[in-house]
Ligand binder design. Structure first.
Ligand code: CA
Length: 224
């Protein structure tokens, strides 16, 4: 999942970025509203975490701009202000939830999971399931046929993206956009390398293969 984090307090943004990266999220940071607009114009994000007070404008206006530009994913606002009026303004502008500063990272993660649950189609719990694969998003644990499959953070993120798009082919570009961040060299074959590593762990030990190549397109997770 690719996250746009708009936060001008560098200490806070790097703390949040590190935490999200540990959970397998690909994160781009904008320190200003103008930077956020530029990033959002070029990239597709699955989640926006947004500070209200930015040096060159308001996070509320950025949320409004995102919605006007047909961003349909979740927006979580961070704020030091806790007056009801400010919350109402943010929610009216298209934010989904509020988190008051300071906060514990675990609380942020719990809110993020709740937002994805709310937005996910039919995904009611913190467990993603497909065929005999089960992914627990809280415990960061994957099992297949009850057997634990140990994945690295990036492999986990890639499998999470496949599971969220089960039954639909996804292109390498889509995978790159949602699993990797700005620092990624899109000319490399890193997607194929990671898919192969994932196959070794998720598919190879089992009879029925789930991760399929869609020739000339990309990959798809499906049952034969
Ligand atoms: Ca700020």
């Amino acid at each position: 999942m690719r996250v746009l984090l708009v936060e001008d307090e560098e200490k806070l943004s790097s703390f949040v970025m590190r935490g999200l990266a540990e959970h397998g999220y690909a994160v781009d940071i904008a320190l200003q509203k103008s930077e956020a607009v530029a990033l959002a114009s070029d990239n597709e994000y699955d989640l926006v975490i947004l500070d209200v007070m930015l040096p060159d404008g308001s996070g509320v206006d950025f949320a409004k701009w995102m919605r006007m530009n047909e961003y349909t994913g979740p927006i979580l606002m961070l704020t030091a202000l806790s007056s009801t009026n400010d919350k109402v303004k943010g929610l009216d502008a298209g934010a989904d939830d509020y988190l008051a500063k300071p906060f514990a990272f675990e609380e942020l993660m719990a809110r993020v999971r709740a937002l994805f649950r709310r937005y996910g189609e039919g995904q009611e719990s913190s467990v993603l399931e497909f065929a005999d694969v089960s992914m627990n998003l809280i415990h960061r644990k994957v099992t297949r046929r009850g057997q634990e499959v140990r994945l690295t953070t990036k492999e986990f993120a890639l499998l999470e993206y496949f599971l969220r798009n089960a039954g639909r082919p996804v292109t390498r570009t889509e995978i790159i956009e949602h699993v990797w961040d700005m620092g990624f060299d899109s000319g490399s074959n890193v997607v194929d390398v990671y898919v192969n590593m994932l196959r070794k762990k998720v598919d190879q030990p089992f009879e029925n293969k789930l991760i399929h190549t869609v020739v000339g397109y990309g990959y798809e997770i499906r049952e034969e």
